[in-house]
Write a protein that binds this ligand. Structure first.
Ligand SMILES: Cc1ncc(COP(=O)(O)O)c(C=O)c1O
Length: 419
């Protein structure tokens, strides 16, 4: 008798998605560093070009190492397929562009990563595309922002750096009642905390650069499709050919064929390899990241130099209850923000840190710090910074997996120095 057994998440990250190729029993895929692939016959290459075989042709199109990461991400998010691309921003750009035409609109949560904010509000605008931004808790504004031109709804599972957590189920219901797909950037939560498809999302996007890779060694991105949205004719007439040819993979095929290939957003196979190694320890690292972030938030709350702490794990946080339910009690992620008296104090604090790295990244196993107002958001005007709550007194901390005593020691001695 065949025993049916499905792995739990901690096992799935290690053993999920055995690679389709045998690769002589290797436990990790080889880094297939080849720009192109030989074909035995002209007929075979012709069949591959017409999509009748899944063989590889050219690295800009597909690559075996990248495909192994795609299989893994599909398994971790519970989708029907994935497309690995060169960065998180490439994933966002490709996914959105494949849904948008000039004159279209979409609705987005207003709490967005900096480059996503620029892409939506400045770059897309140049091509006649309008984004309507809504607060993640304001369902009435979300409903009234939808009109005949709307093509999708977009949110981050945990807003970077606002740290708000939207109610994915409610938003997905509103999206579906209006014949729209919901796209979720799940970078900060990772599938360890949240699998947005289970709450009704249709497409999940990640910057794999962060927690998935986990060691600050590789840049990458991925688009994963739940395969459940049926792309209704009235809103998506341009999906007809993809639906006919690819069925439930219509969206992924459109992203791949129209945008990934022609925009050239190829992932370097070395980066997929490094990301796959990182994913093996994702569950362990996320467990420690979330525990350390919670303890760091509590520690910061007790320090007189700290004016405020923004972490959804704190009971007083407006997203606490929603995060508890959505993340099933597994924690609230590894990132937080906090306030000192002013920018001068923030600079002094950062300059006096001894162990914590000062750099522009997050989700590394090392604790990282940045002053967003004077760095990532330096080119933003004051009104926009205010709207996004990027204030001169704010520090962003991506809490790592080091010993908690050492994280507190470093933060503590740097806070002592600003008193
Ligand atoms: C939530 C979120 N999405 C997307 C990105 C972009 O990812 P990448 O730097 O891999 O392009 C980032 C980067 O910080 C991010 O925080």
């Amino acid at each position: 008798m065949k025993m049916e057994h499905s792995y739990k998440f901690n096992t799935e990250v290690v053993h999920g998605a055995r690679f389709p190729e045998d690769w002589q029993g290797a436990t990790l895929p080889p880094i297939v560093q080849s720009a192109s692939h030989r074909h035995p016959t002209a007929e075979n290459l012709s069949r591959t070009f017409s999509g009748k075989t899944a063989d590889h042709i050219y690295m800009r199109l597909t690559n075996p190492t990248n495909r192994a990461l795609e299989e893994k991400m599909t398994a971790l998010e519970g989708g029907i397929g994935s497309l690995v691309v060169s960065s998180g921003m490439a994933a966002i750009t490709n996914a959105c562009m494949s849904l948008l035409r000039s004159g279209d609109e979409f609705v987005s949560g207003s709490s967005l990563f900096m480059s996503t904010y620029i892409l939506f509000n400045k770059i897309f605008k140049k091509y006649g595309i309008t984004v309507r931004m809504v607060d993640s808790t304001d369902m009435d504004s979300l409903k009234s922002a939808i009109n005949d031109k709307t093509r999708f709804i977009y949110f981050e599972t945990i807003g970077n750096p606002a740290m708000d957590i939207p109610d994915i189920k409610k938003i997905a219901d509103i999206a579906h009642q209006n014949g729209l797909p919901l796209l979720m950037d799940n970078t900060l939560a990772t599938p360890y905390l949240c699998r947005p498809f289970e709450s009704g999302a249709d497409v999940v996007i990640h910057s794999t650069t962060k927690y998935l890779s986990g060691h600050g060694a590789a840049v990458g991105g991925v688009v994963i499709d739940a395969g459940k949205f049926d792309w209704p004719e009235n809103r998506f007439p341009d999906f007809e050919v993809y639906k006919k040819e690819k069925g439930e993979r219509a969206f992924l095929d459109k992203v791949w064929r129209e945008h990934h290939i022609n925009f050239g957003t190829t992932q370097a196979p070395l980066h997929s390899y490094l990301t796959l190694i990182g994913i093996d320890t994702l569950a362990l690292r996320m467990e420690r990241h979330t525990a350390n972030a919670m303890m760091t938030a509590l520690y910061l709350m007790q320090r007189p130099e700290v004016e405020w702490v923004n972490y959804p794990g704190l009971k007083s946080h407006p997203s606490h209850e929603n995060g508890l339910e959505l993340f099933g009690g597994k924690g609230f992620g590894g990132m937080l923000t906090f306030g000192l008296k002013n920018q001068e104090k923030c600079f002094k604090f950062i300059n006096n840190l001894k162990m914590i790295y000062h750099l522009a990244n997050l989700g590394d196993c090392k604790t990282l710090v940045i002053h967003p107002y004077s760095s990532q958001y330096i080119s933003f005007d004051e009104t926009t910074r205010e709207k996004l709550s990027i204030t001169p007194d704010m520090i962003r901390l991506s809490v790592g997996i080091e010993d908690m005593g050492d994280i507190c020691w470093d933060i503590g001695q740097a806070l002592d120095s600003i008193a």
